[in-house]
Structures are given as C-alpha cells and as structure tokens.
Write a protein of this length. Structure first.
Length: 144
C-alpha cells in the first residue's frame, strides 16, 4: 500500500509542478498558479476519484481481507488527494512566489548559485530558466 500511495502522490505532484513550469515566468505567482491548476486540477481530481471508486467497489467483495484492503486503499487515496491539493499546493505557491521575486534557493548560500559546481554550472537548466534565472541580491532593484 505505501508504494501505491507514493506512486499516485508523486504522479499528482509531477502533474502540478509540470503545469506550473509551463506557465509564463513573467506573470504573477497568483496568475501562474491559477492557470496551472485550471490545467492540472481536473486531471488530478478525475484520476483520484476513479482510483477511490475502483477501490471502494472492491470493498464490496465477500473476502474479508480483500474488502478491508480495498476500503483502506480508497480512504488513503482520498486523503492523499486532499493532502496534495492543500499542503503540497501551499508549498508550490510559496515556491512560485519566491521565483517571481527572483530569490535564490538555500537562502542565497554560495553553493546554490547557477554557476556553482553544486548546480552543475547550469548545465541542466533550460533556456527559459537561464533567461529568467538571474537571482537578485537582497534589496537590489528589479530590472524592468
């Protein structure tokens, strides 16, 4: 059961993060999250609902152990959906706001700069990330 929940949860998280990454970085964090959730929200909701219903119908089985497993799995999938759509989405919103302010990760430590060896000297960054990725120093004026 833990492996099933990890797989479903990671898939939901990937769908949300991918939808946020597909939005325009020059828009505000609120607009980016709204557009991303308009795209990702229905697919996550439908898959979680169908998984929950499939396990709930499995709970109609006459075998006690299988019925218990299916009902437990249905409850777990629904709770996972609620956690992803509340707690994880709050973390994504927080990070999207950080990106829109052009603040770096790791509280601005030297090892998290784009040209650092710890970040592979920016080798794996997309062109979009390289264009937008200049992190502003604390209190520095934002370019127009």
């Amino acid at each position: 059961m833990p492996f099933l929940l990890i797989g479903i949860g990671v898939d939901d998280m990937f769908v949300i993060c991918n939808a946020v990454d597909q939005t325009d970085l020059n828009e505000s964090a609120a607009v980016r999250i709204k557009k991303a959730m308009q795209h990702a929200g229905p697919s996550i909701t439908i898959t979680s609902l169908t998984n929950t219903l499939a396990f709930a119908f499995g709970g109609l089985n006459s075998l006690t152990s299988l019925r218990s497993f299916c009902l437990f799995a249905a409850a777990c999938v629904m709770m996972l959906y609620l956690i992803v759509m509340t707690f994880f989405l709050a973390v994504v919103i927080w990070d999207t706001e950080r990106v829109s302010r052009k603040k770096g990760e790791c509280c601005g430590l030297f090892m998290c700069k784009m040209d650092s060896i710890f970040c592979c000297k920016g080798f794996f960054l997309s062109a979009k990330q390289k264009r937008y990725g200049t992190v502003q120093a604390e209190g520095a004026p934002q370019p127009a």
